[in-house]
Design a protein. Sequence first.
Lengths: 172, 169
Amino acid sequence: MQALSDFLLTLPIGDFVATHDWVWPFCETLHFVGMCTLLGTVGVVDLRILGVGKGIPIHLLEKFVPLGVIAFIVNATTGFIFIAGNPVGGPMEYLSNLSLQIKMIIVLIAGINLVIFYVTGIEKKVAGVPPDGNAPGSAKAVAAVSIFAWIMVIIMGRFIMYNDTLLYALGL
Amino acid sequence: MIDAIENSAYAVWVRESPSIFAYTTILSLHAIGLAIIVGIHTLIALRLLGFVPGIPLQPLRKLFPWMYLGFTINLFSGTSLLMANLSNDLGNWLFLCKLGFIALAMINLELTRIYVFDKPAAAGATAATTALPKHSGTFAIAALVLWSLAMVAGRFTAYPNFVEAWLGF
């Protein structure tokens, strides 16, 4: 972790953030826009798979998923800027933050979940579901994990700044 | 009056309790509600702008209760956060702008529901088709612009001194 922090400090991101006061709030705003876009695309596909909005063809709704991927890239990039360019406590303040660590693990789980959806043939089954039809149970399981994971990512993301309350609740 | 609200037991609990369910959870709920309503409205707006035209409009109407759920979550969480920080927030013009943009975005949401989904014939189209009723694009652009402005103003509520310096106040 210290090695990663040292590496991030060699990047010019910290200087840029420190000398341009608009960068931080601008990236924060983008991070929120990305969050909404990700939930509005991937999250709505999940909802439809779970049975909400019958009549919407799932395979057409899936065409919005690439937009969700773009939103994820925006948020990975802005998130990287927050960690590498943290003007006050440096990268280590975030890297050692339990809320952020949990958030990153859940992002990883959400990513693996998405790979499972596309690689194991579940996506093919889902694409064949008629507009009014029910998605198979395997797809519903993946969708439920996806929604739960992204909601938890939002919660743990908000907890980063208030990590003390998490530590307090855990008795740490 | 403002002091009384800010010093009420609930406002003090939200602001000062070390409990995980106080400020931190309420703030998290606010982000979740935001993602639900703005996320879904963005998807609907993109459809109304002509993206993925194969998706029939009427089933998208079923997503509106979910947007109202998001709004309800944020009305509750937002009111709680406001009570905890009332005098500061009311004195912050960016926060007041945010409220204004949200009000306009919600009016636009209701107009979209009424004229695009519930009474599409009134706007010159027939129901249950993939054809876009009149003014769909205008409602969609308004949604994207107003929610963006609400989020920008909301985020910059934390940095009023930056904005005032940029604007030369």
